[in-house]
Design a protein around this ligand. Structure first.
Ligand code: DQA
Length: 145
């Protein structure tokens, strides 16, 4: 079975109870399960990793190099600050799609800029948990073409 990496950054372990009006009421575990269910019929499985630590996210991206078909990545607040994560994405081969549950563009101005988007294949914002599924399906479609 081919693999996709689902990577989540800081505070996303709290999904379900963290600001449900902004991020929805689904837990991270339930999001992972739904993504797994949608990719399985296509011969894919999901590896999931969440960390509140920038260096651990970088380590996981490096480990994914050459091993996964693509990465669905919600970098949380590191989106707006991390040159180190940007360099890691640029240094690896698998395509990375940046996902945000909330529409970062209708929130505080510091959320409007992504350090990572320019080195990602694409970005999905504001569609809630569905965004992870759409990103996974896009990575699957892309590798077929
Ligand atoms: C987020 C948006 C970020 O600005 C924020 O820091 C998060 C979650 C989202 O999924 O909407 O932690 O990535």
């Amino acid at each position: 079975m081919k693999r996709l990496l689902l990577l989540n950054g800081p505070n996303l372990n709290l999904l379900g109870s963290r600001e449900p009006g902004v991020y929805g009421s689904q837990t991270l575990e339930s999001i992972i399960n739904s993504v797994n269910e949608s990719v399985e019929p296509h011969g894919f499985s999901i590896e999931h990793f969440q960390s509140n630590h920038e260096g651990e996210l970088i380590d996981r991206l490096q480990q994914a190099n050459g091993k996964v078909t693509g990465v669905v990545f919600n970098p949380g607040a590191y989106t707006h600050t991390s040159i180190a994560l940007r360099d890691a994405i640029q240094a690896i081969d698998p395509p990375v799609i940046e996902v945000h549950l909330s529409n970062v563009h209708n929130r505080e101005s510091f959320r409007h800029h992504s350090m990572l988007a320019p080195v990602c294949t694409g970005q999905i914002v504001g569609l809630g948990a569905k965004g992870y599924q759409l990103a996974a399906m896009a990575l699957i479609d892309q590798q077929k073409s």
